[in-house]
Design a protein around this ligand. Structure first.
Ligand code: SF4
Ligand code: SF4
Length: 219
């Protein structure tokens, strides 16, 4: 049988997929096999306890998680912790344990946080296996996931999105810009109470998944 060009391409594609096997992570069960080092918050290793830090995140050997912009300038005194459990949730909403719908909104980001958030829908992380899905309307959302510094142009949009959400609801500040304003701007917490902070610049998808699990009380 003549498969033609398209047929051969399809066959090659199927064989490649079979060779690769299942790429989806088992995280939070199992280990976080593909974490990118500098997306995790650094920890002190040796030498100077107060090296230069452009975001003033370092004080006497410890790092303020929400301010670190992952620039790596503190290396080798500090090294990536490889810890994906650095997020904090001030709220637990157990009703969201089986299903959580997220409305992601960019209040003034460089785009990298958005890419990491979107990757939760990729085959590698597959948020649906944990009941994590995205919606394009805040009216259907359980959580507002904000990335970027607070910009004047997005101030009203953020408040309107939050006001249109039903209770119970939660606000995520995703990435150093949203949490602390980074080195450029203002934190989104100047206009909204943030329930969950997700450190990193940008946060690794494992850190984002871990933060969602904390909000749902599944940790
Ligand atoms: S990686 Fe950069 S921003 Fe983070 S603590 Fe080190 S010097 Fe500061
Ligand atoms: S936290 Fe870092 S990656 Fe995220 S928007 Fe700010 S500069 Fe970009």
């Amino acid at each position: 049988m003549d498969l033609g060009d398209g047929g051969y391409r399809m066959k090659a594609w199927i064989l490649r997929s079979l060779r690769k096997g299942i790429v989806t992570t088992k995280f939070p069960a199992g280990k976080n096999e593909a974490v990118s080092p500098w997306s995790t918050i650094p920890v002190y290793r040796s030498g100077d306890r107060n090296p230069y830090c452009p975001s003033s995140a370092i004080k006497d050997g410890s790092v303020t998680h929400g301010s670190c912009i992952s620039c790596g300038m503190c290396f080798p005194n500090f090294e990536p912790s490889m810890d994906v459990h650095t997020s904090q949730s001030g709220k637990v909403i157990r009703e969201l344990g089986k299903s959580i719908k997220i409305y992601a909104i960019d209040s003034g980001s460089c785009g990298a946080c958005n890419l990491e958030i979107m990757s939760l829908s990729s085959p590698q992380y597959d948020g649906t296996r944990l009941g994590i899905t995205f919606t394009n309307t805040p009216r259907q959302a359980d959580a507002l996931m904000i990335s970027g510094v607070l910009t004047e142009g997005m101030r009203e949009a953020l408040l309107r999105a939050y006001d249109s959400m039903a209770e119970p609801r939660a606000v995520f500040a995703t990435g150093a810009c949203a949490i602390s304003g980074g080195i450029l701007g203002k934190s989104v917490s100047t206009i909204l109470n943030t329930d969950v902070i997700v450190p990193g610049c940008p946060p690794d998808p494992f850190v984002i998944i871990d933060s969602i699990q904390k909000l749902r009380g599944r940790q």
